[in-house]
Ligand binder design. Structure first.
Ligand SMILES: [Zn+2]
Ligand SMILES: [Zn+2]
Length: 142
């Protein structure tokens, strides 16, 4: 892939990350909150700052909120913070043996926090979330 502005083979930088709540379900019997987040991460060319790749993430987090002091059966959630991140996997996670450099895997991901509260606002908190995908699975932005 070449940079659309200068035609070089570009290095890529983490770009904008965005996330929003898909839905937020509270299971009154189990006291469990399940939050679905859809997130998007863009990658920019280092040379010209063009957005050239993106990844879409569907994240599900389950959180035990325990017994409520109130009688609410509905919760709301919002994405407080989100940012992009990346890492190289340099050894086999199962055996711990290092990979030869050309077999190292590059992952891009998103990490952040959601805050939740019940309808009356008595029960509230924050939960961390993260997800990642291999660099090769990201889509080119046409
Ligand atoms: Zn460029
Ligand atoms: Zn409440």
């Amino acid at each position: 892939m070449r940079c659309p502005s200068c035609n070089k083979f570009p290095s890529l930088d983490l770009g904008e990350a965005e996330g929003e709540i898909g839905s937020c379900d509270y299971d009154t019997e189990k006291g469990e909150l399940t939050i679905y987040i859809t997130a998007n991460l863009k990658l920019n060319t280092v040379c010209c700052g063009d957005e050239v790749k993106e990844g879409n993430f569907e994240i599900e987090i389950t959180h035990d909120v325990g017994k409520l002091d109130c009688k609410c059966d509905e919760f709301e959630a919002e994405v407080d913070e989100i940012s992009g991140c990346d890492r190289y996997e340099t050894k086999n996670p199962r055996t711990g043996k290092p990979y030869a450099p050309r077999f190292q895997k590059h992952f891009y991901g998103v990490e952040g926090k959601v805050s939740y509260s019940c309808s009356c606002g008595k029960t509230e908190g924050k939960i961390d979330f993260e997800d990642e995908m291999q660099a090769s699975s990201m889509d080119e932005i046409a």
